[in-house]
Design a protein around this ligand. Sequence first.
Ligand code: PLP
Length: 390
Amino acid sequence: MSRETHDGLGFETRAIHAGQAADAASGATIVPVYQTATYTQDAIGENRGYEYSRSANPTRTALEECIASLEGGRYGLAYGSGMAAIAGTMQLVSGGDHVVVADDLYGGSHRLFTTVLPRYGVRFSYVDATRPEEVAKAIEPATRMIWIESPTNPLLRLIDIAACGEIAARAGALLVVDNTFATPYLQNPLALGAHVVVHSTTKYLGGHSDVIGGAVVVSDDQLCKTLRFTRNATGGVPGPWDAWLTLRGLKTLAVRMRQHESNAAHVAAFLRPHQAVARVHYPGFPDHPGHELSRRQMRGFGGMVTLDLAGGEAAARALCRSTRLFSLAESLGGVESLIGYPWTMSHAAFSAEDRLAKGITPATVRLSVGIEDAEDLCEDLAQALACVAG
Ligand SMILES: *Cc1c(COP(=O)(O)O)cnc(C)c1O
């Protein structure tokens, strides 16, 4: 199915068909794993679109077309990890350029921006992007890029993508949105004014916690050209098996997201009145500070729920020890439920001062709500919270 014919097809249809026509060589209905490094050429200078698998591989091409279609973009690029996608995107800027970054940032991006890229002369300003005026204030003549995530990790704050898009357009800068938490099922940043969307496909897009991967989607020809050139020059591509697993995950993204969402709403409602719980961060609650914005720019509230325990650090640690269905693990977005302790896990790259300033405390616990039976998940949390109280 060519890119042109996707227009007008629903999300679920594109997830299963975009980039995934029957294999031209064999008729295979499912895109084959093209486990090959190179391609036999018909004559010198004559090939069938593929020369060497760092540059392009048919399994990867299928994945790239599918992700691009789901994000409503023209071009997709797959990478070997979310961080490779982020590092690849940062190759759009040069020494001397300035980047405005939302301070509520994935820990790995923070590490790259604070320790690696400054060595190449790229400068960063960190702002509270939940207030777009702070983003506007940080713009300098050298600003080439604005970098945001929404909803943020782990407190699920909302950032106004369209407002940041306008600021970027005025400044002649690129707006990049890390859309990992929302997924294209719930949010399409390109339609809201972003120029670049990045994903860790390790999370919801792959969806089964069995593959590491990343992706970038753009619609601009020149951006695509530069990104493809630098990815080929630097080499951060996924292998065909990983591309295939991610493509298989994408097919069920819509049904999984519906279940993640419904389960997260159940879990959030169960936790909120519990006496061991001081606060639940979940954009689906009408009194969540980002609730109205999430209704405007998203099509749902996602599968993540974060809570602060009334009993502080000891209670949070006890909860993480006591769940049976929620596994204590890094990552998110898989079909299985995970529990995480941001203070020492996902946010260990930030100083204690920075963590506290963001609202992440030793009492904070993050849940990636899976697609198991919602009642089983609530019962698991009930028995674990009983251990906390005792
Ligand atoms: C996990 C994650 C990344 C990094 O992706 P990897 O696949 O682990 O390299 C980037 N951004 C967000 C929001 C993430 O959750």
